[in-house]
Design a protein around this ligand. Structure first.
Ligand SMILES: NC(=O)c1ccc[n+]([C@@H]2O[C@H](COP(=O)([O-])OP(=O)(O)OC[C@H]3O[C@@H](n4cnc5c(N)ncnc54)[C@H](O)[C@@H]3O)[C@@H](O)[C@H]2O)c1
Length: 333
């Protein structure tokens, strides 16, 4: 335990550890041993995006209440982005906010979800519709957790790492399955730096949503089908669409799009994409409900060049539709 962690624990009345059913058998005893908190109250929830909802939050709140958690209680969120989003939300709303620490155990959460203070749950059929801005006391990142993470989840995390390549540092466009571990810290630093300049997402922070406008709509739609996609897989498709739009609307060099097309099989190597023309209308329906819309019009982050993102770009509905047709065609190759 380092000095900062000791200070956090010294001021803590009771420790709770939130994790999910997949992570618990591998890592819960280890964490209790490492952090020397064997008396912690364990809260183990079902795994998966479909459980990032109000029912699960209510279960967490109820356990906190039953165990007499006061405002000096600490919640440790041990898991992927679902656990850190949910746990952060439950902690930031319980008794108007208790402390929480994030210990991300997926690649995606290490480079993105666990950092930056956005918490939330899915609601009313849309992703992250209810949430808060609340910063974790600490984010503990250790690649050791990736030893037990399925390969499909690693690929999902790689997509978010490539996102930083497009919006901030072209060196990250070389990230692949062999070398990704050496770039984890750098991705976290990029996110932290952007968030520090714009915590409430009034401007610059929006660049982190590159690929997410289409990505979230695709992810939300696929959750209602027999072929749900992981967050990073949907973001990979969303980035493909955003690059295609960038070539047309912002003068992005077409070579950037072609290079990404050739990386796509790596990102989607563990999943069969079954999107077809008939999925376009429902995906467009989700776009209308994107919480970042202005006057019900989707706002895109596009690129003028690698490392030069622009945000709040409105796109004609027909062009959005064409971008979906293009990405569906490429993803079925
Ligand atoms: N708050 C933010 O800024 C932000 C940013 C990006 C994504 N997100 C959110 O993050 C979520 C996606 O996160 P995710 O991809 O980590 O998904 P996840 O939390 O569902 O984890 C993926 C799967 O891996 C399992 N798992 C986790 N760690 C493991 C380990 N070490 N070993 C074995 N299995 C393990 C989980 O049980 C789950 O089945 C989405 O809900 C998304 O909206 C939030």
């Amino acid at each position: 335990m380092n000095v900062k962690q000791k200070q956090i624990y010294d001021k803590t009345s009771k420790v709770f550890i939130l994790t999910d059913e997949n992570v618990a058998p591998f890592w819960l005893p280890e964490i209790e041993y490492w952090l020397n908190c064997k008396n912690a109250v364990e809260i183990v929830i079902k795994a998966g995006e479909q459980h990032k909802n109000l029912q699960t939050v209510q279960r967490i709140w109820r356990t906190l209440m039953k165990q007499h958690a006061d405002r000096n209680a600490l919640l440790i969120n041990l898991g992927g982005g679902v656990v850190t989003d949910l746990g952060g939300f439950a902690a930031s709303t319980y008794k108007r906010g208790i402390k929480f620490i994030n210990i991300p155990t997926t690649l995606l959460a290490m480079v993105d979800a666990a950092i930056g203070g956005k918490t939330g749950i899915d609601f009313g059929g849309g992703k992250n519709q209810i949430g808060t801005f609340a910063e974790a006391e600490e984010v503990i990142i250790d690649p050791v957790f990736l030893e037990t993470l399925p390969q499909r989840e690693i690929c999902s995390g790689l997509a978010e790492m490539l996102k930083y390549g497009f919006i901030a540092d072209s060196n990250l466009l070389n990230v692949n399955l062999e070398n990704y571990q050496q770039y984890i810290t750098h991705c976290g630093e990029i996110k932290h730096e952007i968030v520090m300049q714009d915590l409430a997402e009034k401007g610059l922070r929006k660049v982190l949503n590159f690929g997410h406008t289409l990505g979230h709509a695709i992810e939300s739609h696929c959750l209602t089908t027999d072929y749900p996609l992981l967050h990073g897989e949907a973001v990979a498709l969303g980035m493909l669409g955003a690059l295609w739009l960038s070539v047309r609307q912002c003068g992005l060099d077409e070579k950037v799009l072609q290079d990404f097309e050739s990386q796509l099989p790596m990102l989607l190597s563990e999943v069969e994409i079954s999107l077809s023309e008939s999925d376009i209308e429902p995906i467009l329906g989700y776009l209308v409900h994107d919480k970042k819309n202005k006057d019900e019009k989707p706002q895109f982050v596009l690129l003028e060049a690698v490392g030069k993102p622009v945000w709040d770009v409105e796109i004609e509905p027909n062009l959005v539709k064409s971008s979906l047709q293009y990405l569906i065609k490429v993803s079925n190759r």
